[in-house]
Write a protein that binds this ligand. Structure first.
Ligand SMILES: NC(=O)c1ccc[n+]([C@@H]2O[C@H](COP(=O)([O-])OP(=O)(O)OC[C@H]3O[C@@H](n4cnc5c(N)ncnc54)[C@H](OP(=O)(O)O)[C@@H]3O)[C@@H](O)[C@H]2O)c1
Length: 288
């Protein structure tokens, strides 16, 4: 019997596989991918590669044969209706291949969050419950990398960190920490039908980010809180396409209203120490 990971050629899937291999488990690690050549280039020979496309039920049923635990990493499609269909296809295939337990990367606080993508994840959780499969919902928060990335170099250059996050806190977790926690979950004797929320135990704010940017770069960066309407103009002037600008502005508005302010309590039971905001910032800065 084996542990399979979908989305294995992606950022999170790749990191989970690295973490699982470090645990030297007896079970084979199977990467379920739509691009086998890419997977061969990325993954060590000890990982078994199987073809499976979220859009192809038959390929998934084949890929899931003999799998005890399946880590189903959500689809990256930006069309949520397409994602609902893909996700239902994965769940149906897992049921029909008699997978013993499905671990699904859902969304933190999915049943209360006002962030639009929560709906897709709740729908997928519902599909898994309908399937009758034993499950663990791994509710991932927004990745820290969504906010802490190379674009912060522009804030250092201009001395301004502009956002409509108000004084809201962000319980984001880095992909690396999510991967560590997920690999631990996959390697344990799990309870069934559990919900694990991997929100960070140390939420941060944009004011703290500005301070960290200043300290790390040695240049003064000031946080400039703006309204939803103002940030849309700012994004437009920065050349961000309208759909991405609206998505980002809506998400930040939810953050300003406290949507992701609650510290998580599960993550510290699964990993030793979370990567700090300062360390995340240091990794992406190229100036200073
Ligand atoms: N919490 C957050 O802040 C956040 C942010 C972004 C995304 N997400 C969600 O978390 C997931 C994992 O994040 P990530 O950073 O690892 O994303 P990623 O790097 O974009 O990886 C997505 C993976 O899904 C695979 N995939 C795409 N379409 C597929 C299909 N039709 N059939 C089979 N596999 C398919 C991709 O394969 P290829 O390599 O062949 O493209 C890739 O391996 C994303 O897919 C998205 O649902 C969460």
């Amino acid at each position: 019997m084996s542990i399979a990971i979908t989305g294995a050629t992606g950022n999170l899937g790749n990191l989970v596989i690295q973490e699982l291999l470090e645990k030297e488990l007896e079970e084979t690690v199977v990467a379920v991918v739509r691009n086998e050549e890419k997977a061969k280039d990325q993954l060590p020979d000890t990982v078994e590669i199987r073809y499976g496309d979220y859009a192809s039920y038959d390929s998934l049923v084949n890929a899931f044969q003999g799998i005890r635990k399946l880590l189903f990493i959500s689809s990256p499609s930006t069309d949520d209706m397409e994602r609902v269909i893909q996700h239902a296809t994965v769940v149906k295939a897992a049921r029909d291949a008699a997978v013993e337990q499905i671990f699904y990367t859902s969304f933190s606080n999915a049943d209360h969050s006002t962030i639009p993508l929560a709906k897709l994840h709740l729908a997928t959780e519902a599909a898994i419950k309908v399937s009758g499969l034993a499950y663990t919902f791994i509710r991932n928060p927004l990745y820290t990398e969504v906010f802490i990335n190379s674009s912060l170099n522009q804030s250092i250059a201009s001395g301004k960190l502009v956002a409509n996050t108000g004084d809201g806190k962000l319980n984001t977790t880095s992909r690396k920490d999510l991967a560590k926690a997920t690999a631990t979950l996959l390697s344990q004797n799990n309870g069934q039908n559990e919900i694990i929320d991997l929100a960070s135990s140390q939420p941060w704010s944009y004011q703290e980010l500005a301070t960290t940017l200043s300290e790390t770069s040695g240049k003064t960066v000031t946080y400039e809180p703006v309204s939803y309407e103002e940030v849309l103009i700012y994004f437009k002037n920065s050349g961000l396409p309208k759909p991405a600008a609206e998505f980002s502005a809506s998400m930040n508005q939810a953050i300003a209203q406290g949507d992701i302010k609650e510290p998580g309590t599960d993550i510290n039971k699964l990993i030793d120490q979370e990567i700090s905001l300062k360390d995340m910032v240091s990794k992406v800065l190229t100036i200073g």
